[in-house]
Structures are given as C-alpha cells and as structure tokens.
Write a protein that binds this ligand. Structure first.
Ligand SMILES: NC(=O)c1ccc[n+]([C@@H]2O[C@H](COP(=O)([O-])OP(=O)(O)OC[C@H]3O[C@@H](n4cnc5c(N)ncnc54)[C@H](O)[C@@H]3O)[C@@H](O)[C@H]2O)c1
Ligand SMILES: O=C(O)C[C@H](O)C(=O)O
Length: 334
C-alpha cells in the first residue's frame, strides 16, 4: 500500500504525513513538495513503523518518482486562507493551476490511484482533477474524492459540546452533505447518532449549524494571519485516507461523507441527482467505500423541512463552483 502526499511539507502535509507514517497498513510513503520534502521524509523515516519513507522535489522527475506505483494520493498542496482572503473561492486563482498540474502527473503516472483532494476550493478542485483525468482518457468517477471529513469531525465535536460531554465526540456521527464552503456545507443534524436535546431552541440550533458551516473561519480568525486549519485537517485527512485504505484492502461496510462525481448510475449518482432535483455533477454524500473506491452513493435519507431548505440554499453556489472548476480545464470551444 503506497501512499503519496503532494504538498507534504506544508501545514497540513507534515502532520498528515506523520499520521500516515503511523498507519501500519501503509507500507510505502512518498512525500512530494516544491520545498523541504526530503527533510520531512528523513525525519519521519526514523519512526519505528513498517513504511519506507522517501521525499521528492520537482527536479529529476521528482513528481513522477513519488507517484510511481501509488495506490492512494492525498493532495494538500496549495495556499490556505488568511485574514483578507475571505472565501475559499479566492484561493482558486493560485490553487487551480497547482491542482491541475499535480493531477496531470497522477493521470500520466498513477492513473489507477485513489485521489483524495484536500486543496481548496474543494468544490472546484475535485472537478479540475476529474477533467484532467478525462483529458487523459483515464477518468474513473469511483476513484476521485473531495475530502470533506473535517466538516464531519467538527459536527461530532460541536454536537458533543452541546450534549455537555466531550467524551462522546468520537462516537457522535452526523452526516454532512453538499460541498465544502460556507452555505454549501449542510449538516443533517436530524440524523445525528446522538439526538440533540429537545430543549435546544431554534436560535441555538441555527448557531450550531452556522458554526459547522463556518468552522474554518473560526480557525482562520484565531490563527490571526498564520493560515487556516492544519492539525484538525491532518487528523481528518488521515481518518478518511485510513478508511479508503481499509476499504481497498477488502473491509466491507465503511461509509463516509465525501465529495464525489455523480456520473455513475451504477453507484447511485442518478438517484441522488433526482432527489436533489438538479443535474449536479458533484455532491458530498455518505458514500460506501469498496475495493474499487466508491461502491454506493447514499441518498439524503429522511431530512427535516429546514434541512431541505439548507440543501436548496447550497445548490446555486455549489453548482457555480463546480462549473468554474470544469471550465478551467475544458478545452475552449471554437
Ligand atoms: N478540505 C479541507 O477541509 C481543508 C482544510 C484545511 C485546509 N485546506 C486547504 O489545504 C491547502 C493547504 O493548506 P496548508 O495550511 O497546508 O497550506 P501550507 O501553505 O502550509 O502548505 C501548502 C504546501 O503546498 C506546497 N505546494 C505549493 N505548490 C505546490 C506544488 N505545485 N506541488 C507540490 N506542493 C506544492 C507548499 O510548498 C506548501 O508546503 C489549502 O488550499 C487549504 O485551503 C482544506
Ligand atoms: O477554512 C479554510 O479555509 C480551510 C478549510 O477549508 C477549513 O474548513 O478549515
């Protein structure tokens, strides 16, 4: 099981690489960045876990060498938000090109790898990866994932706080659907494994939803110029990568929300589009993972009228973000 981290020397990349090094299912770990990755790799290589670790830089075909034989590729490369860069969409200008070029490397060197995209704006960078793969004739909608796990992790944490017991947080499970930015993040709190207190009033419920949707802003503000969430994201990224690895190795019944392509009727994409009442190409929904990646995209299930309204409110921004990503790679029509 070879895992590759692209952007491995960054704020997310380093702790994410550490957590992947700590995962005994990973037997080989390749770290790629435009700076510092060989040092990070040597540092991690002293940890007594099974995987061999190597670091690569752009010269001497570093990207190709990192990706050769990859099973799982995680991408946290790109610039993060800071005060003044108010939306994830503002990152598009720089990150779209970075993700396109890295995706080209994957499509040409490791087209069968499972690709986990962390770089923002996720709602656009996932379509960018897919379009690059289409251009190279290697697109498989079951193998490309937008990592929205941090929203799920935040929902578990914030719900446990409202329940007054942080020790519950690892077992609190709340599906978060839609996309990964502001109003496109839709927590389905009515489906929480641990129901919210009946005494929770409407404004407290709105506050909880808002905190999950804008949790990223809370971190950007607190870091005060030093970037956005890195450690919680590394935790979330390692958790999702760990689930993909377990599923690929044959474990059954693993379900996790993730932002995926809805092109395949066989995996339930069409049914979800019908439920949404919109011909969206991508959506984050609970996905059953299997040996080939996406095994089944679940529908929204029973949701409250208020949650239905939140899903409706997410669709215009989500759709615009997706189109922007697709248009970035599409060959212009003459
Ligand atoms: N999906 C999520 O939930 C989520 C959560 C947090 C952050 N993010 C996003 O993750 C990205 C990274 O955040 P960070 O805090 O780690 O940023 P960072 O600046 O600390 O690290 C980014 C790393 O990417 C590297 N990089 C830049 N261009 C590259 C290229 N062409 N090839 C390889 N590496 C390259 C940089 O050298 C740097 O080491 C941002 O876009 C951020 O918005 C996503
Ligand atoms: O908020 C950000 O810009 C980073 C990330 O997407 C997050 O949710 O923390």
């Amino acid at each position: 099981m070879k895992a590759v981290v692209l952007g491995a020397a960054g704020g997310i990349g380093q702790p994410l690489s550490l957590l992947l090094k700590a995962n005994p299912a990973v037997t080989e770990l390749a770290l790629y960045d435009i700076v510092n990755s060989p040092g990070v790799a040597v540092d991690l290589s002293h940890i007594a876990t099974p995987s061999k670790v190597e670091g690569f830089l752009p010269p001497d075909d570093g990207l190709k060498k990192a990706l050769t034989g990859a099973n799982v590729v995680v991408i946290p490369a790109g610039i993060p938000r800071k005060p003044g860069v108010s939306s994830r969409d503002d990152l598009f200008k720089i990150n779209a090109g970075i993700v396109r070029d890295l995706a080209t490397g994957i499509a040409t060197t490791a087209p069968k790898a499972f690709v986990l995209v962390i770089s923002n704006p996720v709602n656009s960078t996932v379509p960018i990866v897919a379009e690059v793969f289409k251009k190279h004739g290697v697109f498989d909608p079951k193998r490309i994932f937008g990592v929205t796990t941090l929203d799920v992790v935040r929902a578990s944490t914030f719900v446990s706080e409202i329940l007054g017991d942080r020790s519950l947080s690892p077992s609190v499970s709340v599906p978060v659907v839609g996309g990964h930015s502001g109003v496109t993040i839709v927590p389905l709190l009515s489906q929480s494994s641990h129901p919210l207190p009946a005494s929770l009033d409407a404004s407290a419920l709105d506050g909880l939803i808002n905190r999950i949707q804008f949790g990223g802003d809370e971190v950007v503000k607190a870091k005060d110029g030093a970037g956005s969430a890195t450690l919680s994201m590394a935790y979330a990224g390692a958790e999702f990568a760990g689930k993909v690895i377990r599923a690929v190795k044959g474990e059954k019944g693993i379900v996790a929300p993730t932002f995926v392509n809805l092109a395949s009727d066989k995996t339930g994409g069409d049914a979800l589009k019908k439920e949404l009442g919109k011909d969206l190409e991508y959506f984050s929904a609970p996905v059953e993972l299997g040996v080939d990646g996406v095994a089944k995209i679940h529908g929204l299930g029973k949701i409250s009228p208020a949650e239905k309204a939140l899903v409706e409110a997410a669709l215009p921004e989500l759709s615009a973000n997706i189109e922007k990503g697709i248009a970035f790679v599409e060959v212009p029509k003459l």
